[in-house]
Design a protein around this ligand. Structure first.
Ligand SMILES: [Zn+2]
Length: 243
């Protein structure tokens, strides 16, 4: 069994507003009120509603917010591919991608520039992707090992770290002691990366989200874990725009 930090959202029903815009409706037991958002990756409008909210109330709410949805979707920034000229965050700092013809270090990240050296500019996106993935593997493996060494006796040993590309979770922990992380975390600020590693490592000792788990998670976190959780909730999905 793996413990998702952000469980995959169940398939949503669709409502079409009076202006013809489809809106995905998610019923959530944790929702206390109607919340409308526009997905930062897909530009899809999504409304989260408490299970008891009548459909008429949802429809009425959407009809009053068609202007807001249209505005947000029009301003949707879209995808930011890994091509020269675009800026991307690496460990929370912005770097402008540049292509340098010739020979040299294949990828160099410094002074606000992520330089990719090689004969063909067409290989830049692949190289940037590989570089970030490799950097994510290194950073998350180091963090996981260091934190696992601080676990109390009786915790499952850390058996390995896998880097994946998942949308529904930033990390997970298997019963065999293997931790998985999204490579996109390497774009987040360092305290956020640290928090996700602390969270998954804490699952090696506590395979649940009980109070003992949260105490251990806080002890393994270097920065402000609550701020990192908030960052992931508010900004996390924006990392999926890149690449
Ligand atoms: Zn968890």
């Amino acid at each position: 069994m793996s413990i998702p930090c952000r469980p995959a959202a169940p398939a949503a029903a669709l409502i079409v507003t009076r202006t013809g815009v489809p809106v995905a409706v998610r019923r959530s037991r944790r929702a206390r009120r109607l919340t409308l958002r526009v997905d930062p990756v897909t530009a899809e409008a999504v409304i989260t509603v408490p299970p008891s909210a009548p459909s008429a109330q949802v429809r009425d709410f959407l009809d009053r917010h068609t202007g807001w949805i249209a505005e947000r979707q029009a301003a949707h920034p879209g995808r930011i591919p890994f091509v020269p000229g675009n800026s991307i965050p690496v460990e929370g700092v912005a770097y402008r991608i540049e292509h340098r013809p010739g020979r040299g270090r294949p990828v160099h990240c410094g002074d606000g520039v992520l330089a990719v050296t090689g004969p063909d500019p067409a290989c830049v996106p692949r190289r940037v992707h590989d570089h970030l993935r490799q950097r994510a593997r290194q950073r998350l493996t180091d963090l996981s090992r260091a934190k696992a060494a601080r676990l109390p006796a009786g915790a499952r040993p850390l058996t390995g770290v896998t880097i994946k590309d998942t949308r529904s979770r930033w990390g997970s922990c298997s019963t065999t002691g293997r931790l998985s992380y999204s490579w996109r975390l390497i774009m987040a600020p360092p305290p956020v990366i640290d928090y996700v590693a602390a969270h998954e490592v804490a699952h090696l000792a506590e395979m649940n989200h009980g109070s003992r788990f949260w105490r251990l998670c806080a002890a393994l976190t270097e920065g402000d874990g609550e701020a990192s959780k908030t960052w992931l909730k508010r900004e996390g999905m924006s990392l999926h725009r890149f690449g």
